[in-house]
Design a protein around this ligand. Structure first.
Ligand code: AAL
Length: 364
């Protein structure tokens, strides 16, 4: 231990002799010696949102799984899962008792709603964007967990589309899409599935969840989560599907899954590559990861108290700038608000410091 007063410096000797594996990683893998100097390290600050009505407080109203936040028409927009049922949900384990009006999971019998805000803290709920389509169309049981894409002047909402109560066999669903020329809608649903589950035996054979839409190399990139080993064990991993037309088939990447950990998908372009916040599941949970080529990810930093189901406000997400500036805030959810028997989820704001201009004097 140095006897010098702080700040002391690492002795040159540490850098000039043979190094242990851990010190090699420290000097050569991480761009900076201290996490606080690493642009992909951050802490998270949380703020409750104003404007959403949870006054019933009995678990019958839930808002969760927000989309990325867009800034359009002089205000912020977010889309999210809303469940407003007569009784609280039963939980996935209660799925066999679910009915046409009694939900299994918190996201069963849900619709995609949207809200707008002038400052990102106080939100005004505007109404439903994507209702459940009539039976037997995909999504008739629940549509939830949306993300937004802006592509050549039009808007596209991608979301999970269920045809059975979640929990009956697992959390099984593919992705469907609706589109509009305005973020206020009206939204036109495309019939059928836009990103299907994998074939039998493939890693994503049961589910494609949590789309996170970005634009790269003039193509639409959809990162998504799925799970190996359902229903016995849960190993969550992330895949990538690419298309050059938002309504045409997406091609799944041959190296899928491209991330081995994480849960809800939270990503943003960063420099020429893409950064991902991985939470909750897997050996590499609670890390920020980076892939310069948008496919081969590596750990960039380890984070604590990270937001659940985060999506960022990121004006660069659809710009294809090749020069991502990073992000400073987004929305997330907290589950199990209300306590036993009245569980529901609420949306919240997080602020973070994942910006390049923090340390890069050349970055404008
Ligand atoms: C979430 C996401 C997906 C799951 C469920 C609703 O937070 O991981 O969307 O299906 O939980």
């Amino acid at each position: 231990m140095s006897t010098e007063a702080f700040p002391y410096t690492v002795t040159p000797d540490t850098k000039n002799r043979e190094l242990s594996a851990a010190m090699k990683r420290s000097f050569y893998h991480y761009p900076n010696e201290r996490p606080e100097d690493n642009p992909l390290f951050t802490n998270f600050k949380y703020t409750p949102l104003k404007g959403f009505d949870y006054s019933d407080g009995d678990g019958t109203t839930t808002r969760r799984d927000p989309s990325k936040i867009l800034f359009e028409n002089g205000k912020y927009y977010v889309w999210y899962t809303k469940r407003d049922t007569e009784t609280p949900c039963l939980g996935m384990k209660g799925a066999k008792d679910a009915t046409d009006t009694v939900a299994s999971a918190d996201w069963d019998l849900a619709e995609v709603w949207y809200a707008t805000s002038d400052d990102g803290f106080t939100w005004e709920e505007q109404g439903v964007a994507v209702p459940r389509p009539p039976k037997p169309q995909v999504g008739f049981r629940s549509v939830c967990t949306p993300d937004i894409l802006k592509w050549k002047g039009r808007f596209y909402l991608y979301y999970q589309a269920f045809t059975e109560p979640s929990g009956l066999r697992g959390d099984y669903c593919p992705i469907a899409v609706s589109h509009s020329d305005s973020p206020d809608g009206p939204w036109t649903p495309e019939e059928g599935v836009i990103i299907p589950t994998g074939k039998e035996g493939e890693w994503d054979q049961f589910a494609v969840h949590g789309p996170c839409m970005l634009v790269h190399n003039d193509k639409i990139y959809c990162y998504y989560k799925s799970a190996f080993n359902r229903p016995d064990r849960l190993w969550v991993a992330m895949g990538l599907a690419i298309s050059d037309d938002p309504l045409k088939p997406f091609e799944k990447h041959p190296l899928n899954p491209v991330m081995n950990s994480g849960h809800e998908v939270a990503m943003f372009p960063f420099k020429e590559g893409v950064a991902a916040l991985l939470i909750q599941d897997g050996n590499e949970h609670y890390t920020m990861q980076y892939a310069e080529d948008w496919v081969n990810f590596d750990i960039a930093s380890i984070v604590e108290l990270a937001p659940t189901a985060a999506k960022f406000f990121d004006p660069d997400a659809f710009e294809d700038s090749g020069d991502g500036p990073g992000v400073t805030w987004g929305l997330c959810h907290f589950v199990n608000a209300g306590g036993p028997g009245t569980e529901h989820s609420i949306l919240a704001r997080f602020d973070c410091d994942l910006r390049r201009d923090k340390f890069d004097p050349l970055f404008k």
